[in-house]
Design a protein around this ligand. Structure first.
Ligand code: 6CS
Length: 300
Protein backbone atom coordinates (compact mmCIF):
# COMPACT_ATOMS: atom_id res chain seq x y z
CA UNK A 1 0.00 0.00 0.00
CA UNK A 2 2.76 2.42 0.92
CA UNK A 3 4.33 1.92 -2.50
CA UNK A 4 1.03 2.76 -4.25
CA UNK A 5 0.70 5.98 -2.23
CA UNK A 6 4.28 6.88 -3.12
CA UNK A 7 3.66 6.13 -6.82
CA UNK A 8 0.92 8.77 -6.97
CA UNK A 9 3.02 11.40 -5.19
CA UNK A 10 6.09 10.39 -7.22
CA UNK A 11 4.33 10.86 -10.58
CA UNK A 12 4.05 14.56 -9.71
CA UNK A 13 7.81 14.77 -9.08
CA UNK A 14 10.04 16.29 -11.77
CA UNK A 15 13.86 16.20 -11.79
CA UNK A 16 16.05 19.16 -10.80
CA UNK A 17 19.84 18.94 -10.71
CA UNK A 18 22.41 21.04 -8.87
CA UNK A 19 26.00 20.39 -7.82
CA UNK A 20 26.81 20.59 -4.10
CA UNK A 21 29.34 19.90 -1.39
CA UNK A 22 32.42 18.05 -2.70
CA UNK A 23 33.19 14.46 -1.75
CA UNK A 24 36.44 12.98 -3.06
CA UNK A 25 36.23 10.17 -5.62
CA UNK A 26 38.70 7.46 -6.39
CA UNK A 27 38.15 4.73 -8.93
CA UNK A 28 39.56 2.30 -11.47
CA UNK A 29 42.79 3.30 -13.23
CA UNK A 30 40.96 4.52 -16.35
CA UNK A 31 38.37 6.30 -14.24
CA UNK A 32 38.07 10.10 -14.79
CA UNK A 33 36.82 10.41 -11.27
CA UNK A 34 40.18 9.68 -9.69
CA UNK A 35 40.70 11.68 -6.57
CA UNK A 36 42.30 11.05 -3.19
CA UNK A 37 42.22 7.86 -1.19
CA UNK A 38 42.30 4.19 -2.14
CA UNK A 39 39.82 1.30 -2.29
CA UNK A 40 37.88 -0.24 0.57
CA UNK A 41 40.73 -0.02 3.09
CA UNK A 42 41.40 -3.16 5.05
CA UNK A 43 39.89 -3.85 8.43
CA UNK A 44 42.21 -5.53 10.90
CA UNK A 45 41.04 -9.05 11.64
CA UNK A 46 37.67 -9.08 13.37
CA UNK A 47 37.42 -5.27 13.41
CA UNK A 48 33.87 -4.15 12.73
CA UNK A 49 32.98 -1.58 10.06
CA UNK A 50 32.31 1.27 12.50
CA UNK A 51 35.61 0.78 14.31
CA UNK A 52 37.42 0.63 10.95
CA UNK A 53 35.70 3.80 9.69
CA UNK A 54 36.59 5.70 12.86
CA UNK A 55 40.19 4.41 12.83
CA UNK A 56 40.86 5.28 9.15
CA UNK A 57 38.61 8.37 9.11
CA UNK A 58 36.51 7.43 6.04
CA UNK A 59 34.42 4.80 4.27
CA UNK A 60 34.73 3.99 0.55
CA UNK A 61 31.45 3.81 -1.37
CA UNK A 62 30.51 2.49 -4.83
CA UNK A 63 28.94 5.13 -7.10
CA UNK A 64 27.93 5.08 -10.78
CA UNK A 65 28.05 8.73 -11.93
CA UNK A 66 24.40 8.87 -13.02
CA UNK A 67 22.91 12.20 -11.90
CA UNK A 68 20.88 12.91 -9.82
CA UNK A 69 21.63 9.67 -7.94
CA UNK A 70 25.41 10.14 -8.13
CA UNK A 71 27.46 12.75 -9.98
CA UNK A 72 31.24 12.94 -10.44
CA UNK A 73 32.62 16.37 -11.34
CA UNK A 74 35.58 16.65 -13.80
CA UNK A 75 37.91 17.32 -10.83
CA UNK A 76 36.79 14.05 -9.16
CA UNK A 77 34.49 15.44 -6.50
CA UNK A 78 31.39 13.33 -5.93
CA UNK A 79 27.88 14.67 -5.33
CA UNK A 80 24.37 13.32 -5.93
CA UNK A 81 21.49 12.39 -3.64
CA UNK A 82 22.78 8.99 -2.52
CA UNK A 83 26.36 9.81 -1.48
CA UNK A 84 25.22 13.03 0.16
CA UNK A 85 22.57 11.33 2.26
CA UNK A 86 25.10 8.64 3.22
CA UNK A 87 27.72 11.27 4.08
CA UNK A 88 25.26 13.20 6.29
CA UNK A 89 24.17 10.07 8.16
CA UNK A 90 27.65 8.61 8.78
CA UNK A 91 28.83 12.02 9.96
CA UNK A 92 26.20 11.71 12.69
CA UNK A 93 27.86 8.35 13.56
CA UNK A 94 31.24 10.05 13.99
CA UNK A 95 32.68 9.14 10.56
CA UNK A 96 34.39 12.17 9.05
CA UNK A 97 34.71 11.40 5.36
CA UNK A 98 33.59 9.33 2.38
CA UNK A 99 35.53 8.37 -0.76
CA UNK A 100 33.73 7.29 -3.96
CA UNK A 101 34.76 4.48 -6.33
CA UNK A 102 33.01 4.52 -9.73
CA UNK A 103 31.67 1.07 -10.63
CA UNK A 104 29.13 -0.39 -13.09
CA UNK A 105 25.84 -1.42 -11.47
CA UNK A 106 26.44 -5.08 -12.34
CA UNK A 107 29.81 -5.02 -10.53
CA UNK A 108 28.58 -3.36 -7.33
CA UNK A 109 27.41 -6.40 -5.38
CA UNK A 110 30.40 -8.60 -6.38
CA UNK A 111 32.74 -5.69 -5.55
CA UNK A 112 31.12 -5.15 -2.15
CA UNK A 113 31.44 -8.86 -1.33
CA UNK A 114 35.12 -8.74 -2.46
CA UNK A 115 35.64 -5.78 -0.07
CA UNK A 116 36.70 -3.45 -2.91
CA UNK A 117 34.60 -0.82 -1.08
CA UNK A 118 32.68 -0.61 2.17
CA UNK A 119 29.17 0.25 0.96
CA UNK A 120 27.07 0.97 -2.14
CA UNK A 121 25.52 4.44 -2.35
CA UNK A 122 24.54 4.54 -6.04
CA UNK A 123 20.77 4.15 -6.19
CA UNK A 124 21.11 0.36 -6.58
CA UNK A 125 17.36 -0.32 -6.42
CA UNK A 126 16.07 -2.89 -3.96
CA UNK A 127 14.55 -6.07 -5.35
CA UNK A 128 14.20 -9.63 -4.04
CA UNK A 129 17.38 -11.03 -5.64
CA UNK A 130 19.58 -8.15 -4.44
CA UNK A 131 18.06 -8.10 -0.94
CA UNK A 132 19.04 -11.78 -0.68
CA UNK A 133 22.69 -10.93 -1.35
CA UNK A 134 23.35 -7.70 0.56
CA UNK A 135 22.07 -5.88 3.63
CA UNK A 136 20.21 -2.75 2.55
CA UNK A 137 19.51 0.17 4.85
CA UNK A 138 15.98 1.53 5.01
CA UNK A 139 15.08 3.46 1.82
CA UNK A 140 16.82 6.71 0.94
CA UNK A 141 15.52 7.56 -2.56
CA UNK A 142 12.20 6.40 -4.10
CA UNK A 143 11.30 7.21 -7.69
CA UNK A 144 9.91 6.03 -11.04
CA UNK A 145 11.08 4.65 -14.39
CA UNK A 146 10.55 6.16 -17.86
CA UNK A 147 11.56 5.70 -21.49
CA UNK A 148 13.98 7.98 -23.28
CA UNK A 149 12.77 8.19 -26.89
CA UNK A 150 13.32 10.23 -30.05
CA UNK A 151 11.51 13.60 -30.05
CA UNK A 152 7.80 13.03 -30.67
CA UNK A 153 8.01 9.39 -29.49
CA UNK A 154 7.42 8.10 -33.05
CA UNK A 155 6.77 4.49 -31.88
CA UNK A 156 4.39 5.71 -29.11
CA UNK A 157 6.17 3.67 -26.43
CA UNK A 158 4.64 4.49 -23.04
CA UNK A 159 4.55 1.18 -21.19
CA UNK A 160 6.12 -2.26 -20.96
CA UNK A 161 2.92 -3.54 -22.60
CA UNK A 162 3.71 -1.40 -25.66
CA UNK A 163 7.11 -3.12 -25.92
CA UNK A 164 5.55 -6.58 -25.67
CA UNK A 165 3.02 -5.72 -28.40
CA UNK A 166 5.68 -4.95 -31.01
CA UNK A 167 8.49 -7.52 -31.30
CA UNK A 168 10.43 -5.19 -33.63
CA UNK A 169 11.03 -2.67 -30.85
CA UNK A 170 14.57 -2.77 -29.40
CA UNK A 171 14.92 -1.37 -25.88
CA UNK A 172 18.28 -0.23 -24.44
CA UNK A 173 18.97 -0.92 -20.76
CA UNK A 174 22.10 -0.72 -18.62
CA UNK A 175 23.63 -4.22 -18.58
CA UNK A 176 22.87 -6.00 -15.28
CA UNK A 177 20.74 -3.08 -14.11
CA UNK A 178 17.30 -3.00 -12.50
CA UNK A 179 15.60 -2.16 -15.81
CA UNK A 180 16.98 -5.27 -17.54
CA UNK A 181 15.41 -7.27 -14.71
CA UNK A 182 12.07 -5.50 -15.26
CA UNK A 183 12.00 -6.38 -18.98
CA UNK A 184 12.94 -10.01 -18.27
CA UNK A 185 10.26 -10.19 -15.57
CA UNK A 186 7.74 -8.93 -18.15
CA UNK A 187 8.92 -11.74 -20.50
CA UNK A 188 10.28 -9.30 -23.12
CA UNK A 189 12.28 -11.53 -25.51
CA UNK A 190 16.09 -11.27 -25.13
CA UNK A 191 16.33 -10.27 -28.82
CA UNK A 192 14.51 -7.00 -28.00
CA UNK A 193 16.91 -6.03 -25.18
CA UNK A 194 20.10 -4.12 -25.98
CA UNK A 195 22.62 -3.80 -23.11
CA UNK A 196 24.54 -0.51 -22.77
CA UNK A 197 27.20 0.66 -20.32
CA UNK A 198 25.65 3.91 -19.07
CA UNK A 199 23.09 6.66 -19.63
CA UNK A 200 25.11 8.39 -22.35
CA UNK A 201 25.45 5.25 -24.48
CA UNK A 202 21.77 4.45 -24.07
CA UNK A 203 20.82 7.87 -25.39
CA UNK A 204 23.19 7.43 -28.35
CA UNK A 205 21.52 4.13 -29.29
CA UNK A 206 18.12 5.86 -29.39
CA UNK A 207 19.41 8.79 -31.44
CA UNK A 208 21.05 6.44 -33.96
CA UNK A 209 17.76 4.54 -34.33
CA UNK A 210 19.33 1.24 -33.16
CA UNK A 211 17.04 1.33 -30.12
CA UNK A 212 13.44 2.59 -30.12
CA UNK A 213 13.69 3.54 -26.43
CA UNK A 214 16.03 3.57 -23.42
CA UNK A 215 14.56 2.38 -20.09
CA UNK A 216 16.09 4.24 -17.13
CA UNK A 217 14.97 6.11 -13.98
CA UNK A 218 12.86 9.14 -14.86
CA UNK A 219 15.16 11.65 -13.18
CA UNK A 220 18.27 10.18 -14.80
CA UNK A 221 16.64 10.58 -18.22
CA UNK A 222 15.61 14.13 -17.32
CA UNK A 223 19.27 14.84 -16.64
CA UNK A 224 20.31 13.42 -20.04
CA UNK A 225 17.56 15.38 -21.83
CA UNK A 226 18.73 18.60 -20.16
CA UNK A 227 21.80 18.61 -22.42
CA UNK A 228 20.59 16.38 -25.26
CA UNK A 229 17.58 17.99 -26.94
CA UNK A 230 17.16 15.00 -29.29
CA UNK A 231 15.93 12.89 -26.37
CA UNK A 232 12.35 13.10 -25.04
CA UNK A 233 11.37 11.55 -21.70
CA UNK A 234 8.01 9.79 -21.42
CA UNK A 235 5.80 10.23 -18.35
CA UNK A 236 6.66 7.76 -15.56
CA UNK A 237 5.76 4.24 -16.70
CA UNK A 238 2.69 2.90 -14.91
CA UNK A 239 3.22 -0.83 -15.49
CA UNK A 240 6.67 -1.20 -13.94
CA UNK A 241 7.57 -1.10 -10.20
CA UNK A 242 8.28 2.07 -8.24
CA UNK A 243 12.03 2.08 -7.57
CA UNK A 244 13.56 2.44 -4.15
CA UNK A 245 17.20 2.37 -3.09
CA UNK A 246 19.00 2.30 0.19
CA UNK A 247 22.69 2.10 1.02
CA UNK A 248 23.99 -1.43 0.49
CA UNK A 249 26.23 -3.23 2.98
CA UNK A 250 27.77 -6.65 3.41
CA UNK A 251 25.57 -9.13 5.30
CA UNK A 252 28.30 -9.35 7.98
CA UNK A 253 28.02 -5.63 8.76
CA UNK A 254 24.48 -5.77 10.15
CA UNK A 255 25.51 -4.14 13.46
CA UNK A 256 26.59 -1.10 11.42
CA UNK A 257 23.35 -1.14 9.40
CA UNK A 258 21.27 -1.07 12.58
CA UNK A 259 23.16 2.00 13.84
CA UNK A 260 22.97 3.55 10.35
CA UNK A 261 19.17 3.02 10.20
CA UNK A 262 18.67 4.62 13.60
CA UNK A 263 20.53 7.75 12.46
CA UNK A 264 18.86 7.70 9.01
CA UNK A 265 15.42 7.66 10.65
CA UNK A 266 16.29 10.81 12.64
CA UNK A 267 17.96 12.47 9.64
CA UNK A 268 14.86 11.95 7.46
CA UNK A 269 12.92 14.18 9.86
CA UNK A 270 15.32 17.14 9.43
CA UNK A 271 14.87 20.17 7.17
CA UNK A 272 18.37 19.36 5.81
CA UNK A 273 17.05 16.07 4.38
CA UNK A 274 14.02 17.83 2.87
CA UNK A 275 16.31 20.41 1.26
CA UNK A 276 18.76 17.82 -0.11
CA UNK A 277 15.97 15.75 -1.67
CA UNK A 278 14.37 18.85 -3.23
CA UNK A 279 17.71 19.95 -4.66
CA UNK A 280 18.12 16.63 -6.51
CA UNK A 281 14.45 16.42 -7.54
CA UNK A 282 13.37 13.56 -5.24
CA UNK A 283 10.31 13.25 -3.00
CA UNK A 284 11.21 13.25 0.71
CA UNK A 285 7.70 12.15 1.76
CA UNK A 286 7.83 9.09 -0.53
CA UNK A 287 11.20 8.18 0.97
CA UNK A 288 9.75 8.39 4.50
CA UNK A 289 6.69 6.27 3.53
CA UNK A 290 8.61 3.48 1.78
CA UNK A 291 10.05 0.50 3.65
CA UNK A 292 12.83 -1.95 2.83
CA UNK A 293 10.42 -4.82 3.55
CA UNK A 294 8.07 -3.60 0.79
CA UNK A 295 10.79 -2.80 -1.74
CA UNK A 296 12.52 -6.16 -1.23
CA UNK A 297 9.33 -7.84 -2.50
CA UNK A 298 9.93 -6.46 -6.02
CA UNK A 299 10.52 -9.38 -8.42
CA UNK A 300 13.41 -9.40 -10.88
O1 6CS B 1 19.51 -0.15 -9.55
C1 6CS B 1 19.83 -0.19 -10.75
O2 6CS B 1 20.32 -1.17 -11.31
C2 6CS B 1 19.53 1.10 -11.56
N1 6CS B 1 19.73 2.24 -10.71
C3 6CS B 1 19.93 3.44 -11.23
C4 6CS B 1 20.03 4.64 -10.35
N2 6CS B 1 20.12 3.64 -12.54
C5 6CS B 1 20.09 2.55 -13.50
C6 6CS B 1 20.34 1.22 -12.83
O3 6CS B 1 20.02 0.15 -13.72
Amino acid sequence: MALEISRRSLIRTTGLIAVTAPLVACGDSDDPARGGGGGGGSASAGEDLLAKAKRQGYLTVAIANEPPYTKVEPDGTVTGAEPEIFRAVVKRMGIKDIQGSTVGYDAMIPGLKAKRFDAITAGLFMKKSRCAEIDYSEPTVVSTEAFGVKKGNPEKILSAADVLKNKDLKIAVIGGGFEEGILKEKKVPKGQILQVKDARSGAELVKSGRAAAFLLPTLSLNDVAKTDKAIEVTPPIEDVPVTGSGSGFRKGDHAFVEKYNAELKKYKKTPEFEKLMKKWGFDAKASREATKAELCKVEG
